[in-house]
Design a binder for this molecule. Structure first.
Ligand SMILES: [Fe+2]
Length: 483
């Protein structure tokens, strides 16, 4: 079959396999859990995390290696039929997953089959293989090698077991590597020195707790695609990206059943009660099928700091909160057992012009990435100590929900992340599998100036915020729906 230049085909080899292909998310739980999520400041790591597609495991399993060289030295346990799944084929503590797809890439493009980027596991490490998938007719495997004996290692259902990354071998071979002293390039040397001095100076200001530096937190030069040698007017580097938008694998056959086949989920009814089983089939079917479960866009809005400053000047001035002032605008949205938080029209706090600009930015993003959808106007929402959203879905509201964060003080509270159910975990009963709530959800903290879009027909929640009672330090977001 003739293949067009960008076509990347996965021929399914085993109909019975539940393994799936998906774009790799940019976020990682362990990165979100670092102190103030500082690991998320490393844009190269975030970009690498989504530079490919992942194969998701179907049946959960666990394996242990006793340190021996033969294939019997590896014990594999699980509930499914493992004759066609993970095996000990090579010995020496190597666990082999057959991949249930035969990949076909354009001529000259091979496939690097590697472990999921930036997702380390204890006691085992992924091996990598480069396959000439532009002609090979053999199936592929991904292999993991134990790094420690006598330790159980688990692979959960839905967990990525490998990442596939197309590679242009000609490009690799055409590279002409050389090492040169930076003094040979006077302009670059000067720019590097300016950057280096800027880092040293900023670090010193942080050490001295200079308020402006502390408020800024970190410099963001690379994140924003700029360099300090031209001052703050430095234009964004041409082609700079802070995220990748890979296309999902689509089923090339009879169209998939879309929203109408989505299992009914509990829907908050207008009266505030969770709907009874008899009306759970009330799922709207006129929304677009979702392209993804979650999508995180850091540094989304250039005017975030302006909006944040307006909010702080509004909420930071308690003397202005007189009985008849414009500050009397917050609605305490309380639905028993479901919601408890503060919300208002953001125009009343940060001004209509800024809200319109945000909606314009979001509309442009939707036009580019979610063709045919329109974002609805946002609420400004505020969560302080004790406020929350219990597990629910918004299947009557839109195809996606959005949560755009203007939160600054993540250290002032615990909780407050937007949690979106992981694929498959609510679709099956797993009574013997230990999980706390983090195991059931993808957990996305409300990082400042970060847009989160998600399929809001999936179960989701915001765990209770515990900590600050100061509105300046609470979880602050613009939230709404996209149809
Ligand atoms: Fe919701």
């Amino acid at each position: 079959m003739e293949q067009s230049s960008n076509e990347f085909i996965a021929y399914r080899l085993r109909r019975g396999s539940g393994m799936k292909l998906a774009t790799a998310p940019q976020g990682r739980d362990w990165m979100n859990e670092t102190n103030q999520s500082f690991a998320n400041r490393c844009l190269p790591m975030r970009m690498a995390s989504q530079s490919g597609w992942v194969v998701l495991n179907d049946e959960p399993l666990r394996a242990m290696w006793n340190g021996g060289p033969d294939s019997g030295a590896l014990v594999i346990e699980g509930a499914g039929d493992f004759s066609s799944r993970a095996v000990s084929h090579f010995g020496h503590g190597i666990l082999t997953f057959p991949i249930p797809f035969l990949f076909r890439t354009p001529p000259g493009t091979a496939l690097l089959i590697r472990g999921p980027a930036n997702l380390p596991k204890d006691a085992i490490a992924p091996l990598e293989g480069l396959v000439e998938t532009d002609w090979a007719v053999a199936g592929s495997t991904v292999n993991w090698k134990f790094t420690r004996s006598d330790t159980w290692v688990e692979f959960a259902s839905g967990e990525p077991i490998c990442m596939v990354v197309p590679q242009r071998l000609e490009l690799l071979e055409a590279m002409q590597p050389q090492v040169v002293g930076i003094e040979e390039n006077a302009e670059l040397h000067c720019q590097y020195k300016t950057w280096n001095e800027s880092v040293v100076h900023f670090t010193q200001r942080l050490r001295e707790h200079e308020p402006e530096a502390v408020k800024q937190g970190w410099q963001r030069y690379y994140f924003r695609g700029i360099a300090p040698h031209n001052g703050s007017n430095d234009p964004t580097a041409e082609g700079h990206r802070s995220r990748l938008s890979l296309r999902e694998f689509v089923e090339a056959g009879p169209a998939r059943a879309a929203v109408t086949s989505t299992p009914a989920a509990q829907t908050p009814a207008p009266g505030g009660q969770t709907s009874a089983p008899a009306v759970q089939t009330a799922v709207r079917n006129d929304f677009k099928p979702a392209l993804f479960r979650t999508k995180v866009v850091p540094d989304f809005w250039p005017r975030a700091q302006e909006a944040r400053d307006r909010y702080e000047s509004f909420m930071g001035n308690y003397r202005a909160h007189s009985f008849r002032s414009a500050h009397q605008c917050w609605d305490y949205w309380h639905v028993p057992n479901v919601y408890a938080y503060l919300r208002t029209d953001p125009a009343k706090v940060i001004g209509k012009e800024l809200v319109d600009d945000f909606v314009k930015q979001l509309t442009a993003f939707c036009a580019e990435n979610l063709t045919g959808t329109t974002p609805l106007s946002p609420w400004l929402t505020l969560h302080l100590n004790g406020m929350r959203h219990e597990i629910h879905n918004d299947s009557m509201n839109g195809s996606y929900g959005y949560v755009y964060s203007l939160t600054r003080s993540l250290e002032a509270f615990t909780g407050g992340a937007t949690c979106v159910s992981r694929e498959g975990v609510f679709d099956s009963i797993e009574p013997r599998q230990f999980k706390v709530w983090r195991g059931y959800f993808e957990v996305i903290p409300p990082l400042f100036n970060q847009l989160l879009l998600f399929d809001d027909r999936l179960a989701h929640m915001v765990p209770v915020v515990q900590g600050t009672m100061n509105p300046v330090h609470g979880r602050l977001c613009l939230t709404g729906h996209v149809r």
